[in-house]
Write a protein that binds this ligand. Structure first.
Ligand SMILES: [Zn+2]
Length: 70
């Protein structure tokens, strides 16, 4: 009976560890995944943090913002 109790604790421990790892990996995925936005000029997808924001949309570079808004 003692053996069974230890087995149960071990199984719960493994389950808990896996849950923790899974939630950690998904958290990492979400924080690591960049929101990609398409350039209004050429359509290239660029990370939102790197995109150049213009009056008519977002762009991959300043050159494309200038040519699109000109
Ligand atoms: Zn572009």
């Amino acid at each position: 009976m003692k053996y069974l109790a230890w087995l149960l604790i071990l199984m719960v421990g493994i389950w808990w560890f896996r849950q923790k790892r899974q939630s950690h990996s998904t958290e990492h995925k979400e924080s690591g995944a960049q929101v990609m936005v398409p350039c209004s000029e050429c359509g290239a997808h660029v990370p939102a943090s790197d995109a150049i924001r213009g009056a008519k949309g977002v762009y991959c570079s300043k050159a494309h913002r200038q040519s699109h808004e000109a």
